[in-house]
Design a protein around this ligand. Sequence first.
Ligand code: FAD
Length: 351
Amino acid sequence: MARIVVAGAGATGASVAYHLALLGARDVVLCDRGQVASGSTGRAMGGVRQQFSTAAEVALAQASIRFFEELGEPLFEQVGYLFLATTEQGLADLVERAELQRSLGVPVERVDPAAVPGLAVGDVRGAVICRTDGVADPAGVTREVVRRAVELGVELRAGSDARELSWETLVIACGPWSGELGETVGVDLPIRPLCRQLVDTAPVAGVPERLPMVVELETGFHFRRTPTGGLRLAMGEREPRWGWRTAVDATLVADWLARLARRFPAAAGVGVARSWAGLYDMTPDAHPILGRLAENVYAACGFSGHGFMQSPAVGRALAEEILHGGSALDLSPYRPDRFGGDVAFPETLVL
Ligand SMILES: Cc1cc2nc3c(=O)[nH]c(=O)nc-3n(C[C@H](O)[C@H](O)[C@H](O)COP(=O)(O)OP(=O)(O)OC[C@H]3O[C@@H](n4cnc5c(N)ncnc54)[C@H](O)[C@@H]3O)c2cc1C
């Protein structure tokens, strides 16, 4: 097949290009108008989990985790994802979800959270963990995937806008900016940018080397260990910040530090090492848009905050679809045409 241009060298585009080359495509260009991982990928938390609540999402996550396992440390640390419930209803939800996940082959187990050194669990009614989930370095993983792609013959063009290149097949993997490129080829992608932020604390004494990602089910507050022994904090926001503006909200930072001090008391009074904001590429149902958009034009975008962890499976599936007309993974829940008629975005999103 002649020239395939993959637009966007974030986690998604890198994986699509790599898998195209692995499957034997010979004329693949991976372009980015910025640099590799300079979009949302370079701003992500790095959480990689299989604990989703629908079979389709679980399948994407399971197929991806095998790739992360193969990459191994330090790019991927399989420390697990621990969900804490502080209410009876929350615990019932966790248990019900865990049953579904186990039926799909995800090894989720009940666990005593007091076993995690330093965690305050006096208010916790119950917890589950999946030990094969973990945390990764999104920019590092993406650079490694690009390195492998280039080794297989993919041409990398950083600083190059897809709108200025000629192509016979185009893959739109431009994250929040995908709609712009879609417009130039006559397709309307229902993707809206949503600002989200992260906070890295200074090192905290006593943070376990293998701390799992800790997620409070009811509040959505979650944190992981950073490579320097601090904690990286995140939380869904009560008032979604729609739009292109990325800014750190200091009020949220103060609130998260207070939450951290309650959940991990050794972190009380710790300073902030770094805080930053980035964009989620939201679709109306918070699921990605994958597959054929028009003649020789494909989409891999709209990941709504969980695209890094899905990128290995998505890249493989898109490459199979482009080269062979179909993929082993069922992409039917993610087709672009599912948004018929007027598309309404939800007022609030549980992320
Ligand atoms: C604060 C935050 C925390 C997150 N945490 C997680 C997490 O824990 N786990 C997880 O899985 N996901 C997480 N995400 C989501 C994740 O970052 C994204 O879903 C994922 O990185 C998407 O990768 P991408 O390659 O699709 O897009 P991006 O990384 O945004 O890459 C798109 C690229 O396209 C380029 N581009 C744009 N227009 C053009 C053009 N016309 N021509 C050429 N190039 C173009 C841009 O320069 C950019 O580099 C988080 C996101 C944020 C903002």
